[in-house]
Design a protein around this ligand. Sequence first.
Ligand code: MG
Ligand code: MG
Length: 280
Amino acid sequence: MRSLARSATFCTAWLLVIVRKSAAEIAKIAAAGRILADCLDMLAEAVKPGVTTLALDRLAEKFIRSRGGVPTFKGYRGFPGSICASPNDMVVHGIPGSYEVRDGDLLSLDVGVTLHGYVADSALTVPVGAVSDQALALLNVTRASLEAGIAECRPGHRLGDISHAVQEVVENAGFSVVRSLVGHGVGRVMHEEPQIPNYGEAGRGPRLEVGMVFAIEPMVNVGTWDVYVADDGWSIFSADHSLSAHFEHTVAITEQGPRVLTRRRSEEEGVAGGAVGATA
Ligand code: MG
Ligand code: MG
């Protein structure tokens, strides 16, 4: 998704530049995050059997622009949508289109918002009507793994602590984390250093410092962690076509610990679609 070559030309060892944002910059990312969180809550309400992913895309774009923001994904490397909408065994990067949401589906919605030059990135997976027990367990585990990763976002911890925490929750539940797609730094642009894998060793990697802002985004499959890219060049599916879920938040590291900049009101209220449930 991005070039990593430039920094390597200046240094024989790998030069990892993790931008630290000022409090003023974090406030700007939070303002983008407020619009994004409200957009995801709106979309989750709009997901009903029969609605197309293109209709959801239009709703999202209208919502974001009505609040003064710009849908970050639109035109990003040629991506045609304002959102990514990925049903069932599609992991991420689904292009909105004619797909009609059905009862029993899981639909992953990933959205970026740019406001006054600052970017927030967040995703959730919505159950449509009555879904299987396995699907519910997948949602709960993926959400819980994101929260476990967020809890490690403290000054003095290391990047690997985030990765390890996510992996542990997922694998303890018998599911698998996608290996070839990662979280990332975010804020001044959508994809910044560092890459944040959803698996790894605790105590490894760069130390976390106040002002770092990360998009943490576990992508979790019921079956194998292996994935493939479809012929459209964007959609990514689980290799065995097992169900997949994706939750993402933009998180700032502060003196007091993690500050989630994309927290949805539905999560704060603990209603369906947002509650952090017990792991299965
Ligand atoms: Mg995202
Ligand atoms: Mg992201």
